[in-house]
Design a protein around this ligand. Sequence first.
Ligand code: ADP
Ligand code: MG
Length: 144
Amino acid sequence: MSPRAPLPIGVHRTAGPEQTEALGARVARALAPGDVVLLSGELGTGKTTFVRGACRALGVTGPVTSPTFTIGRRYEGHVPVSHLDLYRLGDLAAEDPALLADYLAPERVAFVEWPEVAGGTLDGVAARVRLEHRGGDEREVTVA
Ligand code: ADP
Ligand code: MG
């Protein structure tokens, strides 16, 4: 990966999916292997869209879509990347952290939607991203 850029900490407004992808890319450039990014926000706020932009910046070229029928997907970019969506997982992850181990290895960068479900089992959190609807295609995206 290229030298790390600073994390774009703060409150951002995006007016469409491509702007949310661009913000995801900015966050990605601040990451190093082992980093975990948590994404929270209602369905449809753009968590997966944000991760798609981040994955592009990390060199992932194929489709980046929401994990379905699985808790996550793994991609090979300039670094190995994991994308987890714990929405349907219920209490399973909290009960069995080993379920997450394949996705949260120290050499990987990981993005986790609905991280609340995993309880306190996530280490290496580098950024927390909160997305909120602001009417139409507007979103407020807070990076902390
Ligand atoms: P989530 O993962 O939070 O459920 P998705 O990224 O899967 O959300 O879906 C977000 C949807 O909203 C997509 O259809 C996307 O095109 C649309 N959209 C509209 N405006 C925006 C925006 N500003 N940022 C992100 N997505 C947006
Ligand atoms: Mg999603």
